[in-house]
Design a protein around this ligand. Structure first.
Ligand code: BGP
Length: 469
């Protein structure tokens, strides 16, 4: 690609992506209930990097005004965070007034700084008591989520214009139920798909509630609802075999097309369902589900992009636990890695996804809802002002992704904006504070003090000029 500066459209927006459980802290105040991250931290703190559990977030509760002002100073016009279900509702599924006040205040702080709050309803953070009742595998929990979503729409319906039902709905099925990496560590492909199905229903029920409340005037007329997922553009080896292409089909089918079909057509991809069935996996479908899923169509979409998926045909069709295996990793010899996170850096993937969207879902608007680079030992070097010298790696990462976005837009992609993940360092699940993403440092040894890094100057310039140099 040419190295000449790229230009993004005038109305292209820049913003920050964050989540409630990774920023808020205040984990036991204001009637907040235990969520799954608190549960895991309480059970085994050694599972968390440097034993930093869920409790503190990045202390945004004490820094909210300052944080939104920092976003504004970077030229960011919006910020997406999430409401924590475990804060907004009590254990009877009723509004917790202190939780409601918490978010009214948070959104007012954003507005006061000139930052538009985008609100997501779920970011891997189920209240623990609902998990104990079966989590996403239990229909009552799916319905409890619909009730939670409706309560949030009613409470903030006049305040919020941009809503999202879920962040990365593929991640809990994979991390909690399939790969055994997150509490409760299941390795059960079939259960993972049940969970995926339950989340799909929950999403559709929430969209339905949103539409009804909007028709009734409870939700403002200009509000929009969407879904955010980490769509992974799928690739395989050169000169692939039939079996390699089949691995791509199923990986793409479960991770990407499942959600894209749900949010554009209100259905799930039949070829994937058929293949699952052939391998003995049947989803817990009930009469009436088709009508529920049909409500799942959204107004726009968020695309979180960190890395592509490179797969090839598996060596065996089943693992040692009897789970079906559809693909295995393909290690591309040319891959450039972010060694801290173990993720491939492949900026062109953003363009390839954009072109797939243009071809297959041309009417759907979308934005890059997360992108960023998490580096261990970000603090290794500082300049004379005490700022972390991160520009040499953070700037090229963002620049390359933005260039590919600019090119995709020139070629007709319907991409409206870019949110950078963790613009202010935040807590990264069980990696805690290992990898830092921010343009702004959170100094843990000085009471979560915020200190802009070197890269923030570059980001500010780009967000103001829309020229990616
Ligand atoms: C996404 C999540 C975020 C965030 C980010 C970075 O998958 O939506 O919550 O954490 O990835 O990943 P990590 O924190 O694991 O480095």
């Amino acid at each position: 690609m040419s190295t000449a500066p790229a230009r993004l459209p005038e109305d292209f927006f820049f913003g920050a992506a964050l989540s409630g459980p990774q920023t808020e802290g205040a984990w036991q105040t204001g009637g907040k209930l235990e969520n799954l991250w608190d549960r895991w931290s309480n059970l085994d703190l050694t599972a968390f990097f440097n034993r930093v559990g869920s409790y503190g977030g990045n202390d945004m509760t004490s820094h909210a005004r300052e944080d939104f002002e920092l976003f504004a100073s970077l030229g960011f016009s919006s910020a997406r965070t999430s409401i924590q279900w475990s804060r907004l509702l009590d254990a009877n599924g009723k509004l917790n007034p202190e939780g409601a006040a918490y978010y009214h205040r948070l959104f007012a702080d954003a507005r006061a700084a000139g930052v538009e709050p985008f609100v997501n309803l779920y970011h891997f953070d189920m209240p623990a008591y609902l998990f104990d009742r079966g989590g996403w595998e239990n229909r009552e929990v799916v319905e409890a989520y619909a009730n939670y979503a409706a309560t949030a729409f009613a409470e903030f319906g006049q305040e919020i214009e941009h809503w999202f039902t879920f962040n990365e709905p593929i991640v809990e099925p994979e991390q909690r139920y399939e790969h055994g990496t997150w509490y409760p560590f299941h390795v059960d492909f079939s259960r993972a798909r049940n969970v995926q199905y339950g989340i799909s229903l929950a999403h559709a029920l929430a969209v339905h509630a949103f539409r009804e409340l909007q028709a009734a005037g409870t939700v403002r007329a200009d509000a929009r609802i969407g879904l955010i997922n980490c769509f992974t553009p799928p690739y395989t080896r050169e000169n692939p075999s039939e079996a390699d292409l089949e691995a791509v089909r199923m990986t793409d089918g479960i991770n990407n097309r499942w959600w894209l079909d749900l949010v554009t057509k209100g259905t799930l991809p039949q070829d994937v369902i058929n293949t699952l069935k052939e391998r003995g996996i049947t989803l817990p479908v009930r009469p009436g589900d088709e009508q529920i899923l049909a409500q799942g169509k959204v107004d726009w979409l968020g695309f979180n992009y960190y890395h592509p998926a490179r797969v090839q045909a598996p060596e065996r069709n089943e693992d040692e636990f009897g789970n079906p295996v559809f693909a295995r990793e393909y290690v591309w010899p040319e891959a450039v890695m972010n060694e801290s996170r173990g993720w491939e850096i492949y900026p062109k993937g953003i363009y390839d996804f954009a072109m797939t969207m243009k071809r297959d879902y041309p009417d759907l608007e979308w934005f890059v809802s997360e992108n960023g680079i998490g580096i261990e030992e970000d603090a290794a070097e500082r300049d004379e002002q005490g700022r972390i010298r991160d520009a040499s790696y953070r700037v090229p990462f963002v620049r390359e992704h933005l260039r590919w976005i600019a090119r995709a837009i020139e070629e007709g992609a319907n991409c409206r904006g870019y949110h950078y993940w963790g613009a202010i360092d935040c807590w990264s699940w069980n990696n805690a504070y290992k990898n830092r993403y921010g343009f702004v440092e959170v100094d843990l040894s000085h009471n979560y003090r915020r200190v802009p890094k070197e890269s923030s100057d570059w980001m500010r310039e780009v967000a103001h000029t829309h020229v990616v140099a």
